[in-house]
Design a protein around this ligand. Structure first.
Ligand code: DSN
Length: 410
């Protein structure tokens, strides 16, 4: 018995999605492919268990085994990030992890200072559309004309606005973060310092990106981007802040934890502690450099002129097409990307003047720097010859052939 025989209506789109992931090239910077072991944990009977509370302190009986699972996940998370002191692995997502940190650190109406959404920030860093911008008074810093965070500007805004919480981290910022400098700004104005490393967590764990641990009071992340685990989140805090953070996760912002997802997080953390994970992250960076170099040679303007991490943001402000148009053209040749706002954006978030691309998923399926440069050429060819159906068909055939030579591992 299976979904295929019991529920063909549902099986059809599920199997179509499986095929799409195999056949098409995934360049969305926040997506990746999990291992068979992660999928096994996600599909396990742990989904049947309620376990509000923490290991050894639950509100329900029968938690003796899931307690062990959650302890394994917590211990591995702490081992993965040198300098971390405490962690809660229950947040259902990065957004939930951020909401819990805000609840732990702030009172309603307090000021938070984070990176502006159209400059690479995230909805949960104080967008008026998100609870972080409704419950708190949010102010923002932006990138400078070179597309980089300007610490003098951040310091000036912090001195003027006196934020209670200084948020760092981004969803579309291709450069390193200087957390020591942010710490000095936070100290000067008496702010709590938070890093949202949802995008770069895998690079940080591998020692290939500066670490916020030792500088920040709280660190949040998702577990499914460069970290290559199940969809989910987690939140770290200094040891003396953990009690408040734990209460802010449950009962503050969530109910029962998803124990099957926590088991899958534990699987992913074990995988990330293995030496092969460092090799993988190094290849993610090599591939990003190869793509950035070739895209630049082909005439695309990258925000900040390149990348230090796994992603790049292509500014199409001067192109005769929008981010939305580019996403559609690339989708038609089997290259999946997301349109993205760029600094000084003139279009709506539904249209945009940018495309964000990243290398984590293509690297998981084994593509190397030579392939990454070729992908950049296919990307450029499709956009340059977007009105030539024959050329688009050729690009699509080459994308499918490349993906066929590099099957998704799980
Ligand atoms: N949706 C995530 C991303 O693509 O970066 C952020 O939440």
């Amino acid at each position: 018995m299976s979904i295929e025989t019991n529920d063909p209506e549902l099986f059809q789109p599920m199997s179509a999605e499986c095929l799409r992931q195999q056949e098409d090239l995934e360049l969305i910077a926040s997506e990746n492919y999990v291992s068979a072991d992660v999928l096994e944990a996600l599909g396990s009977v742990l989904t049947n268990k309620y376990a509000e509370g923490l290991p050894g302190k639950r509100y329900y009986g029968g938690c003796q085994h899931v307690d062990v699972v959650e302890d394994i996940a917590r211990n591995r998370a702490l081992a993965l990030f040198a300098g971390s002191e405490g962690v809660n692995v229950q947040p259902h997502s990065g957004a939930q992890a951020n909401a819990a940190v805000y609840l732990a650190a702030l009172k309603a109406g307090d000021t938070i200072l984070g990176l502006d959404l159209s400059n690479g920030g995230h909805l949960t860093h104080g967008s008026p559309a998100n609870s972080s911008g409704k419950l708190y008074r949010a102010v923002h810093y932006k990138v400078n004309d070179e597309g980089r965070i300007d610490l003098d500007q951040v310091r000036d805004i912090a001195r003027r606005e006196r934020p209670r919480l200084l948020m760092t981290g981004a969803s579309a910022y291709p450069r390193h973060w200087d957390w020591a400098a942010f710490r000095s700004i936070a100290d000067e104005v008496g702010a709590v310092l938070v890093a949202d490393i949802a995008h770069v967590a895998g690079l940080v764990a591998a020692g290939l990106h500066p670490t916020p641990f030792g500088h920040c009071d709280y660190v949040t992340t998702t577990t499914h981007k460069t970290l290559r685990g199940p969809r989910g989140g987690m939140a770290f805090a200094r040891a003396d802040l953990m009690k408040g953070l734990n209460s802010a996760v449950f009962p503050g912002t969530q109910g029962g934890p998803l124990m099957h997802v926590i088991a899958a997080k534990a699987v992913a953390f074990r995988e990330a502690l293995a030496p092969a994970f460092t090799t993988y992250q190094a290849q993610v960076l090599t591939n990003a450099q190869a793509m950035a170099t070739r895209l630049t040679e082909r005439g695309f303007r990258l925000v900040s002129g390149g990348t230090d991490n796994h992603l790049m943001l292509i500014d199409l402000s001067d192109a005769p097409y929008s981010g939305k148009d580019a996403e559609a053209v690339l989708g038609s040749v089997g290259i999946t990307v997301n349109k993205n706002t760029v600094p000084n954006e003139k279009r709506s978030p539904f249209v945009t003047s940018g495309i964000r691309v990243g290398t984590p998923a293509m690297t998981t399926r084994g593509l190397t720097a030579v392939d990454a440069a070729r992908v950049a050429d296919l990307f450029a060819d499709a956009l340059e010859q977007r009105d030539d159906a024959e050329r688009l068909a050729d690009v699509r055939a080459e994308v499918h052939a490349l993906c066929g030579r590099h099957p998704v591992p799980a």
